[in-house]
Write a new protein. Structure first.
Length: 100
């Protein structure tokens, strides 16, 4: 009914083994996703550090796209709609494959 609690030395070996499986290069998506995500996260962090209010000095203080809520809300609505549409389409295809 309850899982056996392992010793701390066994836990460390198991965790290390799981990380090696997670970070192997063939057959796992994690290394490729990190290859795409880490540089973008660094760029986003640098831009946030340089321009914390969302506006560049090139456009003036009021020209930032992050300060205009209409553009931001329209973008997030469109992105959310596309995610929901694609998810429902993929679920419908999966369900059709299971029931066929």
């Amino acid at each position: 009914m309850f899982a056996k609690v392992s010793k701390s030395s066994e836990w460390g070996k198991k965790t290390l083994f799981e990380w090696t499986i997670l970070c192997r290069c063939s057959g796992v998506v994690f290394p490729m996703s990190m290859l795409c995500a880490v540089p973008n996260a660094v760029i986003a962090g640098v831009l946030q550090r340089v321009w914390p209010n969302g506006s560049m000095s090139l456009f003036g203080e009021d020209g930032g796209i992050l300060t205009e809520t209409i553009v931001w809300s329209g973008f997030t609505f469109l992105l959310g709609f596309l995610v929901v549409f694609r998810t429902s389409q993929s679920y419908a295809r999966w369900w059709e494959g299971c029931s066929a």
